[in-house]
Design a protein around this ligand. Structure first.
Ligand SMILES: Cc1cc2nc3c(=O)[nH]c(=O)nc-3n(C[C@H](O)[C@H](O)[C@H](O)COP(=O)(O)OP(=O)(O)OC[C@H]3O[C@@H](n4cnc5c(N)ncnc54)[C@H](O)[C@@H]3O)c2cc1C
Length: 631
């Protein structure tokens, strides 16, 4: 790799160069698209363009490095960055959208490079549970899920609404199944149906109470060889000794009180033992997804340059995206894209300025669980180039507990029976079992009426005796640090708990008593918890008459601080049905494509089902690469 890196005296190879050679045998990359004068080098090799002096390059590096980025109007060639490498396609970001785009481009015979800011690959996708919402994919159809294109179209139109153009919704639904098939064909990834993981609005037309989401099969990490060391770690790494799928999580929370829960726990252990006996490194969820996509890229000879952040986009004199400016080993250089640039650099969850500019208060960067490199660099570059932005006020929200070290994205804990959410007035304000994104939307809407940021999750000892809470097994005490951080409180009476968290005691007492009455009758007259099939996904089947509702009677009581967390933001560049980036007037920025959280979500302000971020991210990466190949 770079033998003559512009502006550098001695150059280091990209971080993955060793592993790249392992996988680069199968296909020559882009020799047809080599710039004049470099015909003898393989695509991706770096050569200094004739006439670009070291001083020019350094001067330009200083300019960009100082943050004086190209203004939107200045879509001009930037000769100081004359091509140091050339590909048909440059993909920015190695997450769900980026690696799928690169895999597709390679499968279509294009030369492609992935540039990645982090020292690891996988982004938020590697951290994730890797639920994937793709209606009518071959995996669920083979499993007998009674999905149809008409059902999916009706359902998506209902949840995404008119915010999202119908042709984008249709493009997602049409290409999603093709994308899954392509990934299965061109990588070691297989997928499994998450049976029973209901769509988030199953009662709406086209909704599926038994679910249509999939997740990756178990994958042997050794397939990646030494590149496994560069896999971005999981948000909460699976402990040694078990192999856990996303779909197991529901049952593991019930492992000590439910026969199926115990059986699933045992199965997790036996999967691990079997994999260990086979000498494998078992990966599941986001770790399997990212590793599997990366393995596909290795086999196709697609380089992934780690530690190589996008600095800006480049445009030719006709205004067409012609490449990217990056930093590599502290040196600013450029990569030419003859076919197009696909921005898959994730959201802006870790960019405080953008969050404050676009999102509702209170907001910050401490409550997100998204990959820390997701600072909206691609969105900002697109904006400078004239892209319109959509959905910037929104995110893939979910209630989170600000535990010391990292926020905890709270799924089952919020909806298991024996829990309620209250606001600063000590009263309930939402159906605790509603989809996580909706709960936070309600928090923001209601916060102006009666403060519910932070809100409080209240549970009793009966709840604590029955259910796993994060990784703390039932009955065991929570870590002292949780209490010391002010995220968790414990008291022997509701009145004392109210005092500790600063809400009116009589109001909290009345709230608990009223809720206990609902638990007895099985009907939540206030917020209808349990009316939807979805509400029952993370609950306890042993609790009757309504598995979502149990009385809070057994002291001590616990309160957990709840803040608006997120899995990442969902607003970004406006794109069309071909993932092409659009200006506000609807015109296309030629050669520029965006997918995943760098683009406005096809879900609009909603969340159709488990996997509604990764499914579309991968699909629009696939669509973008195909659009380039077709053009
Ligand atoms: C804990 C957790 C659990 C989740 N569970 C699910 C789930 O089960 N199902 C689901 O659908 N979604 C889930 N999500 C959300 C999902 O992971 C993301 O929405 C999805 O990965 C977005 O894909 P993406 O390609 O846009 O971004 P990412 O996967 O985050 O990839 C973006 C990549 O771009 C890189 N990058 C950023 N800036 C630059 C730059 N300047 N130059 C080069 N590279 C750059 C980043 O480092 C990153 O590698 C979860 C997220 C988290 C954190």
């Amino acid at each position: 790799m770079p033998a003559d890196h512009p502006g550098s005296v001695s150059t280091s190879p990209p971080a993955d160069s060793a592993s790249q050679s392992a996988g680069s045998a199968s296909r020559p990359t882009g020799s047809a698209s080599q710039p004049a004068g470099s015909a003898s080098q393989p695509a991706g090799s770096v050569s200094r363009a004739a006439g670009s002096s070291r001083r020019q390059v350094l001067r330009a590096a200083v300019t960009v490095g100082a943050g004086m980025m190209l203004p939107a109007a200045a879509l001009k060639p930037t000769p100081a960055y004359a091509a140091s490498a050339q590909y048909d396609v440059v993909v920015v970001g190695s997450g769900a959208s980026g690696m799928t785009a690169a895999l597709t481009a390679a499968a279509r015979g294009l030369s492609v490079v992935v540039i990645e800011k982090a020292p690891t690959f996988g982004g938020s996708a590697a951290r994730s549970g890797a639920g994937i919402w793709i209606p009518n994919n071959e995996v669920i159809l083979a499993a007998g899920v009674p999905d149809t294109p008409a059902k999916a179209a009706t359902y998506l139109a209902g949840v995404a609404g008119s915010t999202v153009p119908a042709d984008r919704q249709a493009a997602f639904l049409a290409a999603g199944p093709e994308m899954i098939s392509l990934v299965m064909k061109n990588s070691p990834l297989g997928f499994r149906w998450m049976e029973g993981y209901s769509d988030y609005y199953p009662e709406r037309a086209g909704g599926m109470p038994n679910g249509r989401s999939i997740e990756p099969d178990q994958l042997d990490g050794h397939l990646l060889g030494s590149e496994l060391a560069h896999l971005n770690p999981a948000y909460i790494p699976t402990p040694d000794g078990v192999v856990v799928f996303s779909a197991d999580y529901k049952w593991l929370t019930l492992a000590t009180v439910n026969v199926k829960g115990t059986a699933v726990a045992a199965e997790c252990v036996s999967r691990y033992l079997a994999a260990t006996l086979r000498g494998e490194k078992p990966l599941t969820m986001g770790q399997a997804l990212a590793a599997g996509l990366r393995a596909g890229l290795l086999a196709a000879g697609v380089p992934v340059w780690l530690n190589t952040p996008l600095v800006d986009l480049q445009f030719d004199s006709a205004g067409r995206a012609s490449g990217v400016v990056v930093t590599k080993d502290g040196v600013t250089t450029s990569i030419t894209a003859t076919g197009g640039v696909i921005v898959g650099s994730g959201g802006f969850e870790h960019n405080l300025a953008l969050r404050k500019e676009f999102q509702q208060q209170p907001i910050g960067t401490d409550w997100t669980v998204g990959a820390k490199e997701n600072t909206g660099d691609g969105i900002a570059a697109g904006r400078r180039a004239g892209s319109a932005l959509d959905l910037m006020d929104d995110a893939w929200w979910g209630p989170a507990i600000p535990l010391p070290g990292a926020p905890y994205f709270c799924l089952a804990e919020r909806t298991l029976p024996g829990s309620i959410l209250v606001n600063a007035a000590g009263v309930r304000f939402v159906n605790e079992g509603a989809p996580y994104s909706d709960v936070v939307h309600t928090m923001y809407q209601r916060n102006v009426i009666s403060p519910d940021i932070p809100a409080w999750l209240i549970v009793d000892q009966n709840y604590r005796n029955r259910y796993l809470f994060k990784d703390v097994v039932p009955t065991l005490p929570f870590p002292d640090a949780w209490y010391q951080s002010g995220a968790v409180f414990k008291a022997w009476t509701i009145a004392d708990l109210a005092t500790k968290i600063g809400v009116p005691g009589p109001a909290l007492q009345a709230t608990v008593e009223r809720f206990n009455g609902f638990a007895l009758t099985g009907t939540d007259l206030d917020f209808h918890r349990g009316d939807s099939v979805y509400d029952h996904y993370y609950t306890d089947p042993a609790v009757t008459p309504n598995s979502c509702l149990a009385a809070l009677r057994l002291p001590p009581y616990y309160a957990f601080k709840i803040v608006p967390g997120d899995l990442g933001t969902k607003g970004g560049m406006r794109t069309d049905a071909q993932a092409r980036v659009l200006r506000a007037d609807g015109s296309v920025i030629d050669g520029l494509y965006a997918a995943g959280n760098a683009s406005g979500a096809v879900m609009g302000h909603s969340y159709a089902g488990a996997g509604s971020t990764i499914g579309p991210a991968m699909t629009f990466g696939y669509i973008a690469a195909n659009a380039i190949a077709d053009s």
